[in-house]
Design a protein around this ligand. Structure first.
Ligand code: ZN
Length: 308
C-alpha cells in the first residue's frame, strides 16, 4: 500500500460526497478567494479585463486595496462584484456565506440555523437570515413543467413544539402550524412542492395543471381532491385504504420517498409557525432533490445563481 499523503486527503470510493469540506477549503481558502471567484464569474472572464461602462469599452482593471472593488486602469471607475448579490452590504464575510451554502448542499436532511450559528460563530439571527436568503433567493423553484410519468401527493406538515410547552399547548401549536404541502415528481426526474391553502379539490387541481404538461400520465392515491384530474391528464390511482400500493405502474412510492425525507428534515428544523418559512424549506428540499446526482454541481449552481 502506498504511503498516505496527509496533506492531500483522498475521498473514499464508497463516500456519497462528491464535494467534501476539504475540497471546498482548497478551492475557497479565504475571503479573497471567494471575492476573486465573483469577480471572475460576474465581471471579468480572464480576471484582468472587464467592460468599463464609463470608457464604454474593454479595459484593464486592478484590485483596489482593502476594498471589495476593482478599478479601471484608464478612468478609475470602480467595479463592485458584490453589488446586487445577497452578499452585498452584509456584515458577514463572504467566506462564511460560501461555507453556509456548501453546508446546505452537503447534507441530506438540511441544517438547523442553530448549527450554522455554532459553526460560523455568528448570532442566531444572522444564521437564520442567511439560510432564509439562500432558500428564498438562490434555491427558488423554476417554472419548467414536469412531464412523462408524474406522481402527485399531499401531506400535512406540523411545526415542532418547543421543549417547555405542556401537552395542551404543544397540541395547539401543532394545530396552528399545520400546513398542507402538495408535491409532484417526475419518475427519475425533478420534483416541485408548495404550500396549498387547503386540501380540497380546486386548489390542488389548479396547481397540478400549472406544474404538469397535459400529455403526461399522473399517478395519485384515492384522495377525492384528485377526482377530476382525468379531464386534463391520463390519470391512474392506487387505493391505499383498500391496501393497494403498487398495481403495475400505478404507485406513488417516489413522491412518498420525497415526503419522508422532507418530514424528517422539517421536524428537526422547522420551528416557527409561519407558512412563509415552510415554503423556504420546500425550496431547499426540492433543490437538493433536483440536483441529487452531483453535490459539486449543486454548490456551483447556487454560487452562479448568487452571481446572476
Ligand atoms: Zn474606464
Amino acid at each position: 500500500m502506498p504511503p498516505v499523503d496527509r496533506s492531500n486527503p483522498v475521498r473514499a470510493n464508497s463516500s456519497e460526497s462528491s464535494y467534501s469540506l476539504m475540497e471546498f477549503m482548497r478551492e475557497f481558502p479565504d475571503d479573497a478567494a471567494c471575492l476573486e471567484w465573483l469577480w471572475h464569474n460576474r465581471c471579468s472572464e480572464d480576471g484582468e479585463h472587464a467592460f468599463c461602462p464609463k470608457c464604454d469599452r474593454e479595459r484593464k482593471f486592478h484590485k483596489v486595496r482593502e476594498r471589495p472593488a476593482w478599478d479601471c486602469d484608464s478612468c478609475g471607475y470602480h467595479m463592485h462584484p458584490l453589488a446586487g448579490t445577497i452578499f452585498h452590504k452584509s456584515s458577514t464575510s463572504l467566506h462564511l456565506w460560501f461555507y453556509a451554502i456548501h453546508l446546505m448542499t452537503s447534507t441530506r436532511c438540511g441544517v438547523a440555523a442553530k448549527q450554522l450559528e455554532r459553526e460560523l460563530g455568528v448570532t442566531y439571527k444572522t444564521a437564520w437570515r442567511m439560510f432564509n436568503l439562500i432558500r428564498n433567493k438562490l434555491m427558488t423553484q423554476d417554472d419548467e413543467p414536469l412531464w412523462g410519468s408524474v406522481e402527485v401527493d399531499e401531506a400535512s406538515v406540523d411545526g415542532k413544539p418547543r421543549k417547555h410547552m405542556d401537552r395542551a399547548s404543544a397540541a395547539r401549536y401543532r394545530e396552528r402550524s399545520r400546513a398542507t404541502v402538495l408535491a409532484a415528481v417526475e419518475r427519475g426526474g425533478r420534483v416541485k412542492a408548495t404550500v396549498v391553502p387547503s386540501r380540497r379539490g380546486p386548489h390542488m387541481k389548479q396547481q397540478v395543471i400549472e406544474w404538469v404538461k397535459p400529455e403526461s400520465i399522473v399517478y395519485t392515491d384515492e384522495w377525492p381532491a384528485y377526482n377530476t384530474l382525468y379531464t386534463h391528464f391520463d390519470h391512474s390511482r392506487v387505493r391505499h385504504a383498500s391496501g393497494e400500493y403498487v398495481i403495475g405502474d400505478a404507485h406513488t412510492n417516489t413522491i412518498e420517498g420525497f415526503f419522508g425525507n422532507l418530514k424528517t428534515g422539517v421536524r428537526g428544523n422547522y420551528k416557527k409557525v409561519s407558512h412563509r418559512w415552510l415554503q423556504g424549506y420546500l425550496n431547499e428540499f426540492t433543490f437538493r432533490y433536483n440536483h441529487r446526482s452531483d453535490e459539486r454541481a449543486m454548490f456551483q449552481t447556487l454560487l452562479l445563481r448568487a452571481a446572476e
